[in-house]
Design a protein around this ligand. Structure first.
Ligand code: SIN
Length: 290
C-alpha cells in the first residue's frame, strides 16, 4: 500500500512537509500495540515519505523496543555498546563539555557496510538542547529521479563499496577520540572489512530507485580506480545534498522519528556546545540491497 495524500488515511493524520519529503504523523499512541489497520497506515506513510516524525510520544525504553518490533525485527548494531538491560537500544549522548562533532555528524545511511543494512532507524528524543542539535535528512529517491538519463544509465551497472573503516576502524576518527566522547563507541579491525552494494538500489516496497552511497561509509566504486571513482562520488554527494532534497528535523523532547535507510541519508548537526543532548535509538533489520 503506497499512500501520500491525507485522504488516503482513515486512522492517522499525515501532514507532509511543504517541500515534498518527510511527514509529521498524529492521531496514534505509540506506547501500546498499534491495531492492524493503524500499523498498516503508519507503514504506508513511512514508505511514501521516507522520514516520519511523531511528536508527543514519550515512550519508555520498553515501549520503544515494542514499537520497533511492530515495524520489524531488530537490526544488528555492531559499533556502539547497547544500554544496560536493553541489548537493542543505543543511547546517542553528548554531554555539555563535549566539543567534538556529534555522533552521526556527517552524511550517512546507517550501517550500510552490512550485507543486509537496517531498513529503518528509530530515534526517540530524551533531552533536547535549547539551541542546535537538528538532524538533516536527504531524499536519495528524488535525487536519483532528478538525474539525467545518461547519468542514470552510467550508474545502473555500478556497485559501491561500503566499509565502517573511516568511522570505527583502528585508524578512524572515533578511534583517536574515544576518551573525549561519552558514548561507548566500539573500535575494531572488523570495521575495515568491505561490502559492495548496487550504487542505485530499488526500494522493496515502493519499487522506486534511490542513490545508495554516503561519504561516511562508501569507500569507492567496484572496479574503478580512486582517481575515477572518487570524483564521481563527490559529484553525486554534491547533487544529493542540494537544498531541494533536504529536510531538517527540529527536535522537541518526547518525539519519535523513523527514517528509511534504504532511500535516505542523514546528518546530526551540532551547534549546542555547553548543553546535553540524549536520544534513544533502535534499528529495524533490512534485506540485501538490489
Ligand atoms: C544517528 O546518526 O543515528 C544520530 C542522529 C541524531 O542524533 O540526530
Amino acid at each position: 500500500m503506497l499512500q501520500d495524500a491525507q485522504s488516503a488515511y482513515r486512522t492517522i493524520t499525515v501532514k507532509p512537509h511543504a517541500h515534498g519529503f518527510g511527514a509529521e504523523v498524529a492521531g496514534l499512541d505509540l506506547r501500546g500495540p498499534l491495531p492492524d489497520d493503524v500499523l498498516a497506515e503508519a507503514k504506508a506513510a513511512w514508505a511514501a515519505h521516507g522520514v516520519l516524525s511523531f511528536p508527543d510520544q514519550p515512550l519508555s525504553l520498553d515501549e520503544l523496543e515494542a514499537f520497533t518490533l511492530q515495524m520489524g525485527p531488530f537490526g544488528d548494531d555492531p559499533y556502539v555498546a547497547p544500554m544496560p538491560g536493553h541489548p537493542n537500544v543505543l543511547e546517542v549522548r553528548r554531554e555539555p563539555d563535549e566539543t567534538l562533532t556529534p555522533f552521526g555528524g556527517a552524511w550517512h545511511s546507517d550501517w550500510s557496510f552490512q550485507p543486509q543494512p537496517p531498513a529503518a532507524t528509530i530515534l526517540r528524543s530524551e533531552v533536547i538542547p535549547p539551541v542546535g542539535g537538528d538532524t538533516l535528512y536527504c531524499d536519495a529517491t528524488r535525487a536519483y529521479e532528478a538525474l539525467d538519463p545518461a547519468t542514470k544509465a552510467r550508474l545502473a551497472p555500478l556497485k559501491a563499496v561500503h566499509s565502517a573503516s573511516r568511522a570505527y576502524g583502528p585508524k578512524s576518527g572515533y578511534a583517536r577520540e574515544l576518551d573525549q566522547r561519552s558514548m561507548p563507541i566500539i573500535v575494531s579491525p572488523e570495521a575495515d572489512k568491505t561490502h559492495a552494494h548496487p550504487l542505485v538500489r530499488t526500494h522493496p516496497v515502493t519499487g522506486r530507485k534511490a542513490l545508495f552511497i554516503s561519504p561516511v561509509y562508501t569507500v569507492g566504486i567496484e572496479g574503478m580506480a580512486p582517481d575515477q571513482g572518487d570524483p564521481l562520488l563527490s559529484e553525486l554527494y554534491k547533487h544529493l545534498t542540494q537544498e531541494q532534497f533536504i529536510y531538517r528535523q527540529v527536535w522537541r523532547e518526547g518525539m519519535v522519528v523513523i527514517w528509511d535507510n534504504r532511500c535516505t541519508m542523514h546528518n546530526a548537526l551540532g551547534g549546542y556546545d555547553g548543553h546535553r543532548r540524549v536520544m534513544h535509538r533502535t534499528t529495524v533489520a533490512g534485506d540485501t540491497p538490489v
